[in-house]
Design a binder for this molecule. Sequence first.
Ligand SMILES: [Cu+2]
Length: 160
Amino acid sequence: MLHKSRFFTRQNSVAMAIGLAFAVVASSQVAAHDHGGMPRSSAPDNARVYFIQPSDGQVLTSGTVKVVFGLEGMGVAPAGTDLANTGHHHLLIDLDQLPDMNAPLPASDQVIHFGKAQTETQLTLAPGVHRLQLLLGNYSHVPHNPPVLSEVIEIEVIAE
Ligand SMILES: [Cu+2]
């Protein structure tokens, strides 16, 4: 995964505002959606998931890190709720290999599900460098087609 440049990080605040407006529209479109028995849900071409915070390269003096998820072009819905163009966040932590995109995401210390439609969390990380990535999953925890996957950000926790 290529790392996000500072240029992109700055763009996020503008994109976030647009994304929020879009999310309201998306969540109001609750028309029935036929998945044809396929486990994957389709995602719009402009869908994008990203970190609002922390920012790539950020150095933290505490292992307690607030992480805020950004989503553009889609809405957030709890697990089990099958609405078109929605999903819930998954936070991938220090993962060496991406999970299977054709199956429900596993749940582990490195793959955290936010099935109540949360858009932020508080993480406790050990000192050192950590890689974070966001991946949206549908109502049954399966990544969309195409996958809605963020860039990897790297943060460093300095021991106090
Ligand atoms: Cu999930």
